[in-house]
Design a protein around this ligand. Structure first.
Ligand code: OOG
Ligand code: MG
Length: 262
């Protein structure tokens, strides 16, 4: 680790204040060019601890930058992992207040809920298949705390991978009823199609993102517990939204997820 615990705590406070106050900040690697992956995840862990200490519950795990469209959009080449908390959840068909966020973007995600623990190293798509209880569609609202949504991987990991809001909707299905690779997703803003893709856009198979997460956690002595809600990452590039926009994400076999920004 390149950073001491005081610096990690200060960076976590800085980034969490930016989130809660909806104010953008410069990327933390500008001031800490030598920080490593461990430092970045330590800052994220400290943000998690701060939220839990305040009574928030961690209600999901997320993989990000798992589709080639997203990696290209953000100019990066490796997936990242983060979490979502209870206060970030919004109901399907509900409203999301734009003013509570900095520069939100939406992305359609294939998600799973597990019924057995997943541990790494050595976790693969087959292990994940055996542990998936059901599949459910969601839209994630990401909101990088970094100015103009410009970041590098370590900065975005420290910023809890831009987590801001999420909406679970549509209908859940058993994995056996679905082919996650060919599962089509159409993202609409104000009735107009703005992006579309199939599940294979996510690392060739969305469950590969879950396996990668289990292996990432395994290195750190952690795992994905049974009963976890896991988001596998945006299948298309993320789309910016303005107040007044209505978003509808249609998932083949899984229904639609919608929301309005006010
Ligand atoms: C990082 C978060 C990416 C996804 O699904 O790819 C993410 C970002 O692009 O701001 O959540
Ligand atoms: Mg996402």
């Amino acid at each position: 680790m390149a950073l001491d615990s005081r610096t990690i705590a200060a960076l976590a406070e800085h980034l969490e204040n930016a989130e809660l106050g909806a104010r953008d900040v410069t990327k933390i690697t500008d001031d800490h060019p030598n920080m490593g992956w461990d430092d970045a995840y330590a800052v994220q862990d400290e943000i998690r601890r701060r939220k839990q200490a305040r009574g928030s519950r961690i209600v999901g795990l997320k993989a990000g930058l798992t589709s080639f469209a997203k990696m290209k959009q953000m100019g990066v080449d490796t997936p990242v992992f983060g979490f979502v908390a209870d206060y970030m959840a919004r109901p399907d068909g509900g409203e999301i207040r734009h003013a509570e966020l900095i520069h939100p973007k939406v992305e359609a995600e294939i998600c799973v809920v597990t019924n057995a623990p997943l541990t790494g190293p050595g976790c693969h798509v087959g292990s994940v298949m055996a542990a998936v209880d059901f599949v459910v569609p969601a839209v994630e609202v990401i909101d990088s705390r970094y100015r103009d949504f410009k970041f590098d991987l370590k900065s975005v990991v420290a910023d809890n991978t831009s987590s801001a809001r999420f909406v679970i909707g549509g209908r859940s299905r058993r994995l056996d009823d679905l082919d996650l690779r060919t599962l089509g997703v159409v993202l609409e803003r104000n009735g107009e199609i703005v992006a579309m893709a199939a599940g294979a856009a996510v690392l060739g198979h969305p469950l590969a993102a879950v396996a990668m997460m289990a292996n990432h956690l395994g290195v750190r002595g952690q795992h994905i517990p049974a009963g976890s809600f896991v988001m596998t990452g945006g299948v298309t590039e993320a789309v910016a939204v303005e107040p007044g926009d209505t978003i509808n994400a249609r998932f083949q076999d899984l229904g639609a997820v919608s929301m309005r920004f006010v």
